[in-house]
Design a protein around this ligand. Structure first.
Ligand code: NAP
Length: 281
């Protein structure tokens, strides 16, 4: 049976628009797999899909939308929140339209600025005018218990920005995963809470984010996990349990673009004057 959404399942943007707190991530979801994943997600109650042309799979995601949405298909297009993103070389207004999935009346365009992403909500008809003049409403950054982003979240709240957490499960299917890196889904403090609530570690992590008002976009192409990841609205972590999850923070960033210099792997953008990853913001 499809999960029923309640009002608590949304973050409210400064525009008044509601953004579902759990969305489906689609980076690394290959063509041939992603259409079915999006269909399972929509059938399971997801109303938020996180996309990008750079992921190379938006045409198939569009096929899933066409199959699932529209008159007599049960899901209205305007009920589904779709995020897409412009790569760093695609910020000119002329590049925006070709980058956006077709047949979408609303879209959120994320401008990737030196990996420090700010998002603007815009309507299709406004898109070709001046996206830069639209006040940002969402900040999409890496966040999970090992990178809790406490200061950044406070900073966002002060500015009426909603934070979206990418790689919320630690992105275990990344090509550059290091064998010695900490494994978020095996964190003992989270496993203990999973046992207490008869939930999985992924559900505890997603619940922690949603309970502090952070949007999460876990990626999966597995039907059971897609369903599992949105079943986080039937339990509540105690305040001290919220603090326990936040306390496992270790400033660990899984998504750091690297290049090889003199045989060594180093952060790609570290010499940039606005490199953001050394600051808490
Ligand atoms: P993630 O969501 O943290 O992790 C995805 C991995 O976790 C996949 O291997 C998935 O496996 C597995 N998984 C999913 N649910 C699970 C569960 N319940 N239990 C155990 N394992 C589970 O990683 P991510 O893809 O890096 O991040 C999520 C999304 O954020 C991306 O897909 C993308 O949409 C967005 N993102 C944005 C940026 C940006 O620069 N703005 C950067 C990174 C990511 P299966 O698929 O095999 O089920």
């Amino acid at each position: 049976m499809a999960h029923r959404m309640s009002m608590n399942d949304f973050a409210v943007l400064s525009t008044g628009r509601k953004m579902p707190l759990v969305g489906l991530g689609t980076w690394k979801s290959e063509p041939g797999q992603v259409k079915q994943a999006v269909i399972w997600a929509l059938q399971s109650g997801y109303r938020h899909i996180d996309c990008a042309p750079i992921y190379g799979n938006e045409p198939e995601i569009g096929e899933a939308f066409q199959e699932m949405m529209g008159p007599e298909k049960g899901i209205r297009r305007e009920d589904v929140f779709v995020t897409s993103k412009l790569w760093n070389t695609k910020h000119h207004p002329d590049d925006v339209e070709p980058c956006s999935p077709k047949n979408l009346s609303y879209i959120v365009v994320v401008l990737n600025l030196n990996e420090f992403n700010s998002a603007v909500e815009c309507k299709r008809e406004q898109r070709n005018s001046s996206v830069a003049s639209i006040k940002p409403t969402v900040l999409q950054v890496e966040s999970h218990p090992y990178l809790a982003q406490v200061e950044l979240l406070a900073h966002c709240r002060d500015r009426s920005l909603v934070m979206t957490a990418y790689s919320p499960l630690g992105s275990p299917d990344r090509a550059w995963k290091h064998p010695e890196e900490p494994v978020l889904l095996e964190e003992p403090a989270i496993a203990a809470l999973a046992k207490k609530y008869n939930k999985t570690p992924a559900q505890i992590i997603i619940r922690w984010q949603t309970q502090r008002g952070v949007v999460t976009i876990p990626k999966s192409i597995t039907e059971s996990r897609i369903k599992e990841n949105i079943q986080v609205f039937d339990f509540t972590l105690e305040p001290e349990e919220m603090n326990q999850v936040t306390a496992v923070h270790r400033g660990w960033r899984y998504i750091v673009p690297t290049i090889t210099v003199d045989g060594k792997s180093v952060p790609r953008d570290a010499a940039h004057p606005h490199y953001p990853f050394n600051d808490p913001y």
